[in-house]
Design a protein around this ligand. Sequence first.
Ligand code: TYD
Length: 131
Amino acid sequence: MANILNFNIRGDYNGKLVALEQNKDIPFEIKRVYYIWDTAKEVVRGRHAHRKLEQIIICMRGSCDFILDDGHSKETVHLDNPAQGLYIKNNIWREFTNFSEDCVIMVLASEHYSENDYIRSYDEFLREIVR
Ligand code: TYD
């Protein structure tokens, strides 16, 4: 279920650089970028799935844990490397927590923001994936 993309690092003595191009390194057209920081360690974010949206999650700094659930099994992914992207397709329930104090997460999204795309009830998620 967890699909980790390993990005090419173009590093030299000046430091490291990752370049991401839509439809190449990122397997969709990027319609939205957002980022999350300043979240306390014990907070649980997410708690939803998306009907259509696909996302790549990149932990730019620090670390956090993503718990993915496809309705059959759960998997926890620890993110702490800005050269990796966690690819989450649609119809995956996600929760993320255990934020380090310096954690900054950047999300690349395949769709514009739409509340109608969210499934915010776990029971509704289970009903929708068996349809
Ligand atoms: P939400 O997706 O519920 O946050 P998370 O899953 O990270 O806990 O979004 C939190 C709030 O921000 C919610 O009121 C919707 C708003 N929001 C936008 O306006 N645009 C966006 O692109 C996103 C992701 C959220």
